[in-house]
Design a protein around this ligand. Structure first.
Ligand SMILES: *Cc1c(COP(=O)(O)O)cnc(C)c1O
Length: 386
């Protein structure tokens, strides 16, 4: 046995990720890391202080399986105040170990062997692995540059007799696309017509630009009862290492997801939970100022990329911008990203790794702009040497 490949066959495509490779490169070369999406500034001081206080106050043991009530109540209030959605904190809110666990636990709970999950492509890297662990298969619906608009006919064509879940991520990583009202309505129509569960990854719900507002799919008629809305504190409060997420859904769906979630982690992050509750209660100006700062970062880095000769696809939200290196005569994003740290001291990620068909996105590269202005300015200066 020990001489054979230890990793099970179904997971072989998910060995070392390009993120791990690029982060090692960043650490070894000291390059500016615009690869992985994490901010280089800390979150709101009152949120950080609340976590410290909770540790000192002894909030250090297993939280209840559903999560601390104070956070479930804060999530419920947030849903109601921002979106007019009512979720009962006792039965309709589940605290998870980041949005990643929320998505994985939901797919494990909802998919039978061989079921299909229709998802916007490119996809966040955990989706395909989570679907595979659940015995399900992703059916990608590709968003194409320059605008990454959603082709609703392609969604309809992807839905078949085995489709169980529609997995929607908006604002969308890695394209930065925010789905329009019409696109969301189209998805809602398809979900109702085919009686699908709808799993919404909304971790960038507060990080939208140019006056755009995020509207959850659960707010459309006929959707609340079939929608599992997943979000997380990591992106909104710049605390990606805390891994505190939540899932809102009708009681039978929360019970189903909790049935799998309890055996993944049971529960965790005890002292961070009341701190995130403080964050969710911050005034609206706080959320607006975080988005405005990020928008300025987008503009700064986009200008640098454009000045360096790359074609830039303007993101409407998230931490990321996609640029096309074909404009500077490059052919392959993987080779480009491998050489970039040594060439100019910048790390980025080839966007093709997010696509079901990598060849179709060979020259697209993703850059993270959730960094301090001086870092983005320095990155722009280095990019100008290309
Ligand atoms: C960052 C990210 C996540 C992960 O959220 P965690 O709370 O850190 O688990 C999930 N989905 C998308 C689209 C992301 O970009």
């Amino acid at each position: 046995m020990t001489s054979t490949e230890p990793l099970v066959e179904r997971m072989r495509g998910f060995g070392t990720t390009v993120f791990a490779e690029m982060s090692v490169l960043a650490a070894r070369t000291g390059a500016l890391n615009l690869g992985q999406g994490f901010p280089d500034t800390d979150g709101p001081p009152e949120v950080l202080e609340a976590a410290v206080r909770a540790v000192r106050d002894g909030v250090n043991q297993y939280p209840p399986g559903l999560g601390h009530l104070v956070l479930r109540e804060a999530v419920s209030r947030h849903q109601s105040e921002w979106y007019g959605l009512d979720y009962d904190p006792e039965t309709e809110v589940l605290i998870t170990t980041g949005a990643t666990e929320g998505v994985s636990a939901a797919l494990l709970a909802l998919c039978e062997q061989g079921d299909e999950v229709v998802a916007l492509d490119p996809t966040y890297d955990s989706y395909a692995a989570a679907a595979t662990m659940a015995g399900a298969v992703l059916r990608p619906v590709t968003l194409h540059p320059p605008d990454f608009a959603l082709d609703l006919d392609a969604v309809r064509a992807a839905v078949g007799p085995r489709t169980r879940v529609l997995l929607v991520n908006s604002p969308h990583n890695p394209t930065g696309r925010v789905l329009t009202e019409q696109e969301l309505q189209g998805l809602a129509d398809i979900a109702v017509e085919h009686d699908l569960w709808v799993l919404c990854d909304e971790v960038y719900e507060h990080l939208t630009f140019d006056g755009r507002v995020h509207r959850p799919l659960a707010t459309f008629p006929g959707m609340r009862e079939r929608t599992l809305q997943v979000s997380s504190a990591g992106k909104t409060f710049s605390v990606t290492g805390w891994k505190i997420g939540w899932l809102c859904a009708p009681p039978q769906l929360v019970r189903a997801v909790n049935a799998t979630k309890q055996f993944l982690t049971f529960s965790g992050g005890a002292p961070f939970q009341p701190a995130v509750a403080v964050g969710l209660g911050l005034p609206r100006e706080h959320f607006a100022s975080v988005a405005a700062t990020l928008q300025a970062g987008r503009d700064l880095l986009s200008e640098g990329l454009r000045a360096a000769g790359l074609e830039v696809f303007r993101p409407e939200g998230t931490y990321f911008v996609i640029a096309d290196i074909a404009a500077i005569g490059e052919r392959d994003g993987v080779e480009f990203c491998r050489s970039l740290p040594a060439r100019i001291g910048v790390v980025a990620v080839p966007a093709q790794v997010f696509y079901a068909d990598p060849a179709s996105a060979a020259t697209l590269v993703r850059f993270a702009f959730c960094k301090r202005p001086e870092v983005l300015a320095e990155a722009s200066e280095r990019l100008s040497r290309l």
